[in-house]
Design a protein around this ligand. Structure first.
Ligand SMILES: Cc1cc2nc3c(=O)[nH]c(=O)nc-3n(C[C@H](O)[C@H](O)[C@H](O)COP(=O)(O)O)c2cc1C
Length: 352
């Protein structure tokens, strides 16, 4: 059901039309920036955000984003071409700044006329920022704090995403609730999109009213019909509650663990035991500190693919946001987007 029509099937009533117009006004800056109908980004999810899901989100009026993850330039070029074959609507590409071929990946995006490039996973290097800007694409960056938001804008970011610790995948320590209060009132130069734990339109509306230009959601799109994630992965999302999506636990401060939010499973329990064993081997002199740290960092190598593609939900990495509790059935992408828009519209219309 397209969100512009009435969910009841009746003729749109004036209150509903007025509410939709208000919503359009609230996120106008975001829709203009992204070039789409609704200012809802499908957050890039490695292995999940490939051509099918990305095209489905853009075709439904949102803004899909390809997760490049560890793809090489040729693989990314093929994924972009595959997405362009499935949609004529705009979409973006998310690149991880640590990727050893970052400059080549930026070039691939520019050659394929990708209009929006997201640089994620750390402060973007100056060379990549310049290349994106000189190539005519819009640059989207993540910011974990106000001071960094200002710095990123000065160095060329055209839009920012503030992602709270409720999100799935790699997370910072601060919730979206707090980040939004710290950052939204102060950043007016560029559109700011909010992310992390979002599952309903009323919440998105509240952030728009605080000054956000749109919202980015990952988890709610991961278990959609168009997502290529394994049926086991989708079922685990449908069954899980918010409290099941917890950050990875660090056992010993000498061996830092980057926090990743995901569903608890046998793998997360084994990870704790592995940290303890590795620390003991370090204390016994069997491993030096660097080797122990590397072993801990490599524990999850390939684990997201195992979960998403192979369906090993017991041992794979089940990255998921706290919003997973709001995934209650497999839905089409267009239904998820229609639901989010309708919830925001109903909330606005209900105010009279
Ligand atoms: C399975 C999964 C994989 C993700 N992979 C990436 C990634 O490769 N790059 C990235 O910038 N964010 C990644 N994210 C974060 C999402 O883009 C998005 O910001 C996040 O899911 C928003 O929170 P939500 O899941 O509560 O909606 C991932 C999230 C999930 C759930």
């Amino acid at each position: 059901m397209p969100p512009d029509s009435n969910v009841t099937g009746a003729l749109p009533d004036p209150a509903r039309l007025a509410a939709l117009a208000t919503l359009d006004r609230l996120w106008a800056r975001g829709t203009a920036f992204l070039g789409c109908r609704y200012s809802l980004l499908g957050g890039a999810m490695s292995w999940v955000s490939e051509r099918n899901l990305v095209a489905a989100i853009s075709n439904a009026g949102g803004f899909g984003v390809i997760a490049c993850g560890s793809m090489n330039p040729a693989q990314l070029a093929a994924e972009i071409a595959g997405t362009q074959a499935l949609t004529a609507q705009p979409f973006g590409v998310n690149l991880i700044t640590m990727h050893p071929q970052l400059d080549d990946l930026v070039r691939v995006c520019l050659e394929a006329n990708v209009g929006h490039i997201v640089l994620a996973g750390g402060i973007p290097p100056g060379g990549a920022v310049r290349a994106v800007k000189q190539g005519g694409a819009k640059l989207i960056c993540f910011t974990p704090a106000l001071v960094l938001a200002r710095r990123l804008i000065r160095s060329g970011a055209d839009a920012l995403v503030i992602e709270g610790s409720e999100a799935g995948g790699h997370i910072g320590p601060v919730s979206l609730n707090v980040l939004a209060q710290e950052i939204l009132p102060h950043i007016r130069d560029v559109p700011v999109f909010v992310a992390g734990g979002l599952g309903r339109g009323e919440a998105i509306l509240a952030y728009l009213e605080m000054g956000a230009s749109g919202a980015q959601l990952g988890t709610r799109f991961a278990a959609t019909t168009e997502s290529i994630a394994h049926a086991n992965f989708k079922q685990a999302f449908i069954r899980a509650a918010a409290r099941d999506a917890i950050p990875s636990v660090q056992l010993d401060e000498r061996f830092p663990v980057i926090p990743v939010r995901g569903l608890v499973n046998e793998g997360t329990k084994r990870f704790l035991r592995f940290q303890a064993e590795t620390r003991d081997r370090f204390l016994a002199g069997e491993l030096d500190k660097e080797a122990a740290q590397l072993a801990i960092e490599q524990f999850w190598a390939g684990a997201l693919r195992r979960a998403v593609i192979e369906g090993d939900v017991d041992n794979g990495s089940m990255m998921a946001g706290q919003s997973v509790g709001m995934v209650t059935q497999e839905q089409r992408v267009s239904e998820v987007i229609a639901e989010l828009v309708e919830q925001a519209v109903a909330a606005l219309a209900g105010r009279g």
